[in-house]
Design a protein around this ligand. Sequence first.
Ligand code: TYM
Length: 340
Amino acid sequence: MTRVLSGVQPSGDVHLGNYLGALRIWVSDQKEADAFYCIVDLHALTKENDPAELSRRTLDMAAVLLAVGLDPDVCTIFVQSHVAEHTGLAWLLECTATMGELNRMTQFKDKGRDDESVRVGLFAYPVLMAADILLYDTDRVPVGDDQRQHLELARDLAIRFNGRYGETFTVPEAAIPKVGARVMDLQNPTSKMSKSVLSPQGTVLLLDDPATIDRKIRRAVTDTETEVRYDPGTKPGVSNLLEILGAATGRSPEDCAAGYSAYGPLKSDTAQAVIEMVAPIQERYRELIADRNTLGQVLIEGAAKARAVATTTFERASQAIGLLPPPWEGRLREGREKFR
Ligand code: TYM
């Protein structure tokens, strides 16, 4: 069976870009593949962090993942820091990656390559992400378009490691959706919608109430023409709305465009489609967030299932690179058998 793995940061609120670019694909993938979904709390440490907020957001993200439709009986949902092999393998891969290739990562360049106070963790971020992926013998990684370069690095590191130390890792493929892979900021449609953006009006949160969603979409920046056409190069604002409407209703943006001759109706239909799409998610979220025991249980079971796979790959990689197998290795293996 195809193995799928993907991750989401627990930093801030989940927005429409996260949902349309990644989470909704995770939901459909869980039925077709052996899927592992990871809340990447260690990645959240690469920027300023409030400890109480981080643990709250991590649990909150578990509730969001269940609310969007992930079923813990079908897929594995776990927290990155609960599986120590992620940081262990990240080190082996840091000793495989070069400064040059990490310096070329556009997300690092954007977030402060020239800032002396930038953290080492932010620089090494894509290597930890490669470890997340390679630990699970992952075939396919469903992500939004902004993760494309990180996926290329994960592939390069896997190929290099395999070439130097023998066949160890599966080389993963990125799976980027045709529609919704790059949802743009509603106020600044040439930048992607993001959690860290300065204009909250440009970001639709999955848990925004209907009136807020309606207001944000109706106030979306468009252009001075009136023609509704899908043309991201010259009409980024309108094309973004068409992309959102298409992703929310299962159509192509071009098909959506054919139904409109003015921006007003496009905006109100897009708002309505988004409100309808998120309503059941919000309802489930409210029930789940009140039930911390169930969330905790899901994460305990998820960590056990994830560890069973991760320890095997980590052991294989450690031995391939020449580390002495631990003398208690047999005991570790016995423990793992319990979760099979
Ligand atoms: P994160 O938490 O920023 O985003 C989670 C997912 O949402 C997608 N996404 C978008 N898709 C479309 N339009 C947007 N505006 C938009 N913004 C975000 C992202 O592409 C992502 O798929 N580095 C990753 C987390 C990560 C990971 C991994 C992913 C860590 N380890 C291993 C896959 C595999 C990140 O920060 O995602």
